[in-house]
Design a protein around this ligand. Structure first.
Ligand code: MRU
Length: 370
């Protein structure tokens, strides 16, 4: 997508030296646009764990390039244990996003077939680039499928703006390009359909206020920022036509883990007959576990993210301030799970599918379980 009219992806190899990988450091958005270079496995671990980059698809692509970086410095002797250990270090950074394990696994599998160090290096770069390209392509397709849902509502409303509520940032910043929840939004906007996006601010890290609002502004999409608690009220008053969110992990039975607070939006949507869609590339499905609430690991982050907020002062300085009384205990679960029964449908790169085990397996028959 475009930033100041220049096209960017969220991760790309340095054209002068592809051993160096560039990312947009999202901690500084929306007030500063900072590009960071990743050069060592430790850089990748820090970038994922400390959220220089975040979002399921981008975590996966970054982990894939992290494995490439590990391959560059792996010994030619016991390279297999070295790479496995590198994979473990990456996996330990953020436990909920499925794309992380999926990307590490895809790299390890591909590398196990290569015979020498040079071919392993070439292969791991190729696989990382494939993962990044595929992520962008799948998001684009999600946009095409989701566009039809928005088009239908727009027709029913006689061309009046379609009001879409989204939570967190499942935008292009959360992927390599386009985004999952935002791909249908961008597609509708580019197709000339009138839309308005309600952006949940998404405490505590404020992905909505900081990232989604910035993305939509850069792309010229009409949007309104709301406090997290506002969605239910809007839905009761007919001000939301549909909800579209992303997901960090969705079970093959249709349970959806997404940013904390998503479940409350799904409850409000069900109570008010507002369709609740979840957009995801297939790399986010967990094909092993069936009970999302019991089995999806939920990341717990530092309480400091709840207690402190960072923003721009009137003098244009970025500052972090404490909100509650000093030493207040806080708890910070990163995600919650919305059960399949509250999800109207999933929007995938292959099409729109009910959040139902049989329907999902029909759409992805190669994943059929014995
Ligand atoms: O903690 P984050 O910012 O990595 O979490 C991201 C989310 O939960 C987003 O809501 C998104 O839907 C999933 S990533 C596409």
């Amino acid at each position: 997508m475009k930033v100041n009219n220049t096209h960017y992806r969220t991760i790309w190899p340095d054209p002068a030296d592809n051993r160096i990988i560039k990312i947009i450091d999202q901690r500084f958005l929306p007030h500063q646009f900072v590009i960071e270079s990743l050069r060592s496995l430790a850089d990748y671990v820090m970038a994922i764990r400390d959220m220089h980059i975040r979002g399921a698809g981008l975590i996966g692509a970054t982990a894939a390039f992290g494995m490439y970086c590990a391959t560059l410095s792996s010994p030619s002797g016991d390279y297999a244990s070295y790479l496995k250990e590198a994979g473990q270090k990456l996996l330990a950074t953020r436990p909920t996003a499925k794309n992380l394990a999926w990307a590490v696994q895809r790299q390890l599998q591909a590398l196990s077939r290569e015979k020498d160090q040079q071919s392993r290096i070439q292969k791991s770069f190729q696989v990382a680039c494939e993962i990044a390209d595929e992520d962008a392509l799948f998001c684009q397709k999600i946009g095409e499928h989701g566009l039809k849902l928005i088009e239908e509502i727009s027709k029913k409303k006689g061309g009046e703006p379609v009001n879409i509520l989204t939570h967190c940032n499942a935008g292009w910043l959360a992927f390599v390009d386009y985004g999952s929840a935002t791909a249908p939004i961008y597609a509708a906007h580019h197709a000339g359909i009138k839309i308005n996006v309600y952006v949940d601010e998404t405490r505590p890290w404020l992905q909505g206020a900081r990232l989604t609002a910035w993305e939509l502004k850069e792309e010229g999409v009409p949007h309104i920022l709301i406090a997290d608690n506002t969605g239910g009220h809007l839905m009761q008053h007919g001000m939301v036509d549909l909800v579209i969110v992303g997901t960090d992990r969705t079970t093959y039975t249709g349970d959806v883990a997404n940013k904390i607070g998503t479940y409350l939006k799904a409850l409000a949507a069900r109570d008010n007959n507002v369709p609740f869609y979840v957009a995801l590339p297939s790399s986010t499905f967990d094909w092993e576990i069936e009970d999302g609430i019991k089995q999806i690991p939920i990341e717990e982050r530092s309480g400091d993210e709840v207690n402190f907020v960072t923003g721009l002062t009137a003098n244009k300085r970025i500052e972090t301030v404490l909100v509650p009384p000093e030493n207040t205990s806080s708890v910070n679960f990163g995600f919650d799970v919305t059960p399949a029964r509250l999800v109207s449908a999933l929007i995938t790169e292959r099409g729109v599918v009910a959040a139902d085990r049989d329907e999902i397996l029909k759409m992805f028959p190669e994943k059929k379980r014995s």
